[in-house]
Design a protein around this ligand. Structure first.
Ligand code: FAD
Length: 301
């Protein structure tokens, strides 16, 4: 393990310092844009969401390592320039252990101490995940590898409705437990819309000995076609009543966002009342819906 202390310039740098300890953590997820216009929009979004004072923000890792340099650069920049606690997502897709080691070293050198360790999805055009020769087949292996490499605070993905590739939800939970046993410290869930499913997931996790904080993944619906595409990929379900309401206004973006934001506010309020460890907003690099929700929940600190 590399013992050199990373670059220290911000106050709270590690998610394990606060998640699951007191009030729910609030986090925002961004992705590295592909175009200059996308970057301009992202900086505007980050500036607006910065005012909410999130507990941390995270930056996704593009399929097949396509955002390798951008993810590292964006996370480091957010942390350095905005003094925000930041987390880099990292996937095993297309990488050998050596590649992953180098990326982890880059993050550590930049002072980024939080990593969401993921297997990743198969690249576009492939249906099955194929382990890269000399790489890892599951996230639990990446967790163990990152744990041995540097003193990272490591998060992992959890699936309240089960991961689409694992038909047995309890088996999926065993796989989640292995990721925690291998050295990760908290869970961020896939998006979901039915809190009862989340509560089942959390209760089952606790019964199976998972004690780590579980942060709920929230996606405010602002576009019906888009959310249908997402849930088609990740296996989440939209409650029938909500779906009918959304489909009735599908062609009206304002009315769609109104319903989506109202639903997310009710969903988050219920999660907070039921002691959720954190709310992780999938922002899609847009601020409006997330700002409205956080203001309504009085999560502006
Ligand atoms: P794993 O934990 O490895 O699980 C994958 C499948 O294998 C599951 O069905 C599981 O039950 C099974 N499994 C796990 N371990 C074992 C084992 N040891 N033996 C046998 N079976 C096993 N994708 C990106 O490309 N970039 C991102 O930035 C990104 N961010 C995400 C953030 C969050 C919060 C979430 C929930 C998902 C994110 N994803 C991202 C999507 C994620 O990469 C996919 O869901 C992927 O299919 C699974 O990744 P995982 O880390 O959960 O994999």
């Amino acid at each position: 393990m590399n013992q050199h202390a990373p670059n220290q310039s911000t106050s709270k740098k590690r998610i394990d310092e606060f998640v699951g300890k007191g009030s729910p953590a609030v986090s925002f997820e961004f992705f590295p844009p592909k175009t200059d216009a996308g970057w301009a929009q992202l900086y505007g979004t980050i500036a607006e969401l910065h005012a909410i004072k999130p507990s941390y923000v995270s930056v996704t890792y593009g399929a097949g390592g396509s955002t390798r340099a951008k993810t590292v650069e964006l996370v480091a920049r957010i942390q350095r320039e905005l003094n925000l606690c930041a987390m880099a997502h990292l996937t095993c897709v297309g990488h050998t252990a050596d590649d992953l080691g180098q990326i982890l070293d880059d993050l550590w050198r930049e002072g980024v101490q939080n990593v969401l360790a993921l297997r990743g999805d198969p690249p576009a055009g492939q249906t099955d995940f194929k382990t890269t020769q000399g790489g890892f087949g599951h996230a639990d292996e990446l967790v163990a590898f990152a744990r041995a490499r540097h003193d990272f605070c490591i998060g992992v993905a959890g699936y309240p409705e089960g991961h689409p590739q694992c038909l047995n939800k309890l088996r999926d939970m065993e796989h989640l437990k292995r990721k925690l046993d291998n050295g990760s410290q908290f869970v961020v869930t896939q998006l979901f819309f039915d809190n009862e499913i989340f509560y089942w997931f959390r209760d089952t996790a606790r019964k199976m000995g998972i004690t780590a904080p579980i942060v709920a993944g929230i996606m405010p619906i602002t576009n019906v076609a888009q959310i249908k595409r997402f849930i088609g990929m990740c296996g989440a379900k939209i409650p029938h009543k909500l779906l009918l309401q959304l489909e009735a206004v599908e062609s009206d973006p304002t009315a769609t966002a109104e319903i989506g934001v109202k639903y997310a506010i009710e969903q988050c309020n219920d999660l907070i009342r039921n002691g959720v460890d954190g709310l992780h907003f999938y922002t899609l690099n847009k601020s409006r819906a997330t700002v409205e929700i956080c203001k309504s929940l009085q999560l502006q600190r």
